[in-house]
Design a protein around this ligand. Structure first.
Ligand SMILES: *Cc1c(COP(=O)(O)O)cnc(C)c1O
Length: 483
């Protein structure tokens, strides 16, 4: 067979990768109908669904032969969208809840159809400008100066890694010194920070776990003493990592005091605001963030505080040039891409080259709604948490942890007899089995606490009332068994 005949034959099959207008329409409608049924019923779909099979039958839909969309959506519905946690539910009150704004889904759809190359200005100047516009807006919200820039990442973990890498490069740490380098955090810092420290090669660094006050905020007096002592001992104090909203209890470290100490000692100040950062935008909580604008870098997660679907975090660096110097690299095959560059590209500010055009999923909801509903929703989350804090104490047997600084708090049931930790572990399990709301727990100094984390845009007063009701029912039932 000659080449032309061969190509004709291959093309007749490979063209199937581009659907006909009818196929496009029927697939799109099937997907759209399926998601509409979900969204129309979201208030009554459980926050957690226990299933024996836990999606195992997804393996039965084997990869190889083409299958009709209906069959595939059925497989997704049964195996993927049913068992386990339903993060789109307002009843998701565990860990740090996610969101899933509908316009973000449309943004992702457009991003996938047009497949703009958002990594490089040369490839898609408009996409890069859109992401830069969003990053400038984020920098402004956080009080950063015009020198700041950042990058939209897949999430907070990669964003923290990028920031710590930038700190390492800016401070010009040498590997021979890594074992003398000191990093200061509290025990409440997110575990991804420790992972990030390892990933940027600082596994050997000395990690000082600075004590906290009774509200789980870094004790800055001890921090100062520890830095002095470390310097005297010939170590190299390098960076302080503060948290603006810890995952466990929502504590915000005294950022302004930490900024003072960092500037005194010329240390890099990084703030992990992945969960809490957007609470700077509302009156009730903005004062807690004083000093964040003095940090060298920070991390904030739109897939938490701006209610986006999973897959969007951000790293911001006050001296944007430092992020560029850490991440930019040239390659011969990119020589044309730097022709006539007007704006810095994501690829120069992150470990990623080719990347998801994640700006569109953030830009579209912000533009369609404007910022007011976001502000109201954030404020609502704060007041719902405060409401829960009051109301849970009215249910017999419950005691609360510290007053919530943001929208996370801890509480537990104190049984009249028996092991309190075991009782609360059973209580969380009962709530999960019930499924109307989903809660998670944590250990604080050996004490088992149940958490409330309010951050879903779909969590409203009725959700919190349901949560209180479930806790009342289940704690009463367990107490009876106990007696
Ligand atoms: C969620 C969270 C992270 C990790 O972010 P991901 O987006 O899950 O990777 C880091 N720090 C804090 C405080 C968080 O709440």
């Amino acid at each position: 067979m000659n080449i032309l005949a061969k190509l004709k034959e291959l093309e007749s099959v490979s063209r199937k990768l581009d659907p006909t207008p009818e196929e496009r329409k029927s697939w799109r409608e099937a997907v759209s109908d399926y998601s509409d049924v979900f969204l129309d019923n979201i208030e009554s779909i459980k926050a957690y669904i226990i299933s024996e099979d836990r999606g195992r039958a997804i393996y039965d839909t084997t990869i190889g032969e083409p299958k009709p969309i209906k069959e595939l959506l059925d497989a997704i519905a049964f195996n993927v969208d049913r068992p386990g946690l339903n993060p789109a539910s307002g009843g998701h009150l565990a860990y740090i809840p996610g969101g899933g704004l509908f316009p973000s889904a449309l943004g992702d759809y457009l991003a996938a159809v047009f497949n703009r190359y958002a990594g490089m200005f040369f490839g898609s100047p408009g996409a890069v400008r859109m992401e830069n516009q969003l990053l400038n807006w984020l920098c402004q919200q956080m009080g950063y100066p015009e020198t700041a820039t950042g990058n939209l990442s897949s999430g907070g973990s990669i964003a923290n890694m990028t920031a710590i890498c930038t700190a390492r490069d800016t401070k010009n740490l040498k590997s021979a010194d890594f074992h003398r380098v000191v990093i200061y955090t509290t025990a409440q810092v997110h575990h991804c920070v420790h992972k990030a420290i390892n990933m940027v090669g600082l596994r050997e660094a000395v990690k000082r776990i600075v004590p906290m006050d009774e509200q789980f905020r870094m004790n800055v007096l001890t921090l100062r003493d520890q830095i002095d002592a470390d310097k005297k001992a010939g170590l190299l104090p390098f960076m302080v990592i503060g948290s603006a909203g810890t995952t466990d209890v929502g504590a915000v470290d005294p950022l302004n005091d930490i900024a003072d100490i960092c500037s005194e000692h010329n240390l890099w100040f990084h703030v992990d605001a992945a969960y809490g950062g957007f609470f700077i935008m509302i009156e009730e909580t903005k004062d807690l963030f004083k000093g964040i604008e003095r940090s060298d870098s920070l991390v904030i997660d739109p897939h938490k505080g701006l209610f986006l679907p999973y897959g969007t975090g951000a790293v911001l660096v006050r001296q944007g040039q430092k992020l560029f110097e850490s991440q930019h690299m040239m390659a011969s095959y990119l020589q044309d891409a730097y022709y006539d560059v007007e704006e810095v590209s994501p690829a120069d500010l992150s470990p990623e080259l080719t990347k998801h055009f994640r700006g569109l999923r953030l830009w579209l909801p912000l533009q369609l709604y404007g910022v007011a509903p976001f502000i109201a929703a954030l404020s609502e989350k704060i007041w719902l948490t405060r409401y829960f804090y009051e109301e849970i104490q009215k249910i017999e047997g419950f005691e609360v942890g510290a007053y919530p600084q943001l929208s996370v708090m801890t509480y537990r049931f104190v049984p009249k007899s028996g092991d309190a930790n075991a009782f609360n572990a059973r209580l969380v399990e009962e709530v999960r089995n019930d499924g109307r709301v989903f809660l998670s727990s944590t250990m604080i100094n050996g004490v088992f606490y149940i958490r409330l984390a309010v951050l879903s845009f779909r969590t409203h007063l009725s959700t919190i009332q349901t949560c209180l009701q479930v806790l009342k029912e289940k704690s009463e039932a367990l107490s009876q068994v106990n007696n």
